[in-house]
Design a protein around this ligand. Sequence first.
Ligand SMILES: NC(=O)c1ccc[n+]([C@@H]2O[C@H](COP(=O)([O-])OP(=O)(O)OC[C@H]3O[C@@H](n4cnc5c(N)ncnc54)[C@H](OP(=O)(O)O)[C@@H]3O)[C@@H](O)[C@H]2O)c1
Length: 250
Amino acid sequence: MQMTNLERFLKRLEGAEEFRKREGRPFITVTYAQGVDGSIALNSPHKIQFSGPDTQRLTHRLRATHDGILLGIGTVLADDPLLTVRLVAGPNPRPIVLDTHLRIRKDLRLMNRTDCKPLVITGPAPPRIQLRHIVNTGAQVIECPLNTEGRIDLRAFVRAIATMRPPMARLMVEGGARVISAFTAAQLVDFFIITITPCMLGGIKAMELPHPDFPYYVELNGLAVDPMGKDVVLWARPTWQDIQKKMGLD
Ligand SMILES: NC(=O)c1ccc[n+]([C@@H]2O[C@H](COP(=O)([O-])OP(=O)(O)OC[C@H]3O[C@@H](n4cnc5c(N)ncnc54)[C@H](OP(=O)(O)O)[C@@H]3O)[C@@H](O)[C@H]2O)c1
């Protein structure tokens, strides 16, 4: 019998521990839901569930197969997500928040989970009082160097979680837009799983690569497509194409 795209992906994940040892970082899956106009959220504070129940279940299934699930502090503050696996049976991945200035708050739902406390990735020498507040909740804080834009250096971060105890071999990046863009620009994506849902939100676009000097665009290889309820799911490996080499139209 033919394997489904999910089964094929899970097979690929079986090699994640070998990948971690070889590459010194986890296998990174970027997954998110967008409207057909590329928006992942409204341009307003209103939070809406625009993808259907089938793809929401798929997201939870994917969460259960990764060691860590990562969001930027922008999404954590805007949406106050729980990041558990509620719609399927399976283990909860460890929540990870990229938070350069330790803006995370004690009252957020992530911070009050009893099963597992988040890993908060912050810049060097965070404010001591805030650090104490956050550590007192049981959350683990890891200090990482910053990149030239003054945000967490993603290569240093992925190396850190690949060598921590226990090491993470499978990282799922769920968003938001700035985080998806940053992982893509840093060429730190091994697999994209993108839900496209039949709506146009006219809102925050999933991805904006640094311009004008970013020399690549992303091509999706081995593309597989699954209709799933009202949505469509794309499964693909990215490669980064040199814009200079592709310039000039016939
Ligand atoms: N449809 C979906 O699947 C989906 C999934 C997730 C989120 N969303 C939506 O996305 C929206 C939020 O997106 P967003 O772009 O505002 O926020 P975000 O990507 O969640 O968080 C961005 C913030 O993370 C911090 N950060 C630290 N290091 C970083 C790095 N190296 N690169 C990028 N960011 C880094 C920065 O804040 P500091 O400088 O303060 O650290 C940055 O402003 C929300 O509306 C949410 O609903 C949609």
